[in-house]
Design a protein. Sequence first.
Length: 322
Amino acid sequence: MTFSRLIKTAALTAALTGTAGLASANDYHIGVTVPSADHGWTAGLLWWARHATEELSEKYPDVSFTVLSANSGTAQVSNVEDLMIRNLDALVILPYNPATLQSVISEAYEEGIYTVVVDRELEIPAQDVFLAGDNPGLGEQAARYIADELGGEGDILVLEGPPIPINSQRVDAFNRVMEEYPGINILASQNTDWNPQQALSVTEDLLGSNPQVDAIWAGDDDVLVAALQAIEENDRDDIQLVVGGGGSQRVIEMIRDDHPMVKGTVTYPPNMIASAIALAVHGVKGERLGDMYHGIPSRVILAADLITADNVEEFYEPDAAY
């Protein structure tokens, strides 16, 4: 423990109340806060946070956890402030909005709370570990898979996310790979905000203005499902392939069931929050990972894995929310 954490522990010797499962002053208390489940991916995030803390509580009886969710950046600031007065040893946070959370995360980090920031990077680093998925890798994997499946030739549509850095990383990488395939023509690339209803409307418009489409890349699995609905409602039989991103169980089940168009997706796993919580457990205890000769890495980027019929069982988690 840091000196500031020792002072805080000594000052708070009574058992804490108000949240089930909080630690006593002699234990490690890890607080986890994520955005509310307003999307398939964030629903999966919250499911994995709860699943991981249940498993880790059994494995490490000296560690207890509090999991909170927030429906806005302001609400998440309150989450962190609430956790900080509860003898907090480590904070695991996927910021609703990094700019809004910058100040309070920096405060926690500067107070000696072991901090793991997930997915959405702060402008000014204030963490012991940053852990995220591979956004450029997601775009690259999807592009190479589509190009291979089409034999290097065809007309495709791209359904983008909102104009934020992680979407740009995915799309820019996708486009760089597609430059290697002059026989593939990107007919249009439009924003869907990763919102299924908006994706349905955008896809319907794009299908209406493009009579021949060979494949669609949706950089998000919820968008993929919306695109499929648009294809079915417009009775389109020209589309050979629809590829997603994220690795939702719904799409994984389509791959398992040999769907005629959905044959692959690329992981951006919400269980990254579970890995972040596990890192916090070892980090706050000052432990190494396995047989590593160094401490916890300060930056961890998870691989973007292509899921197809060849490996789909490795990623099948039927009880998961996403």
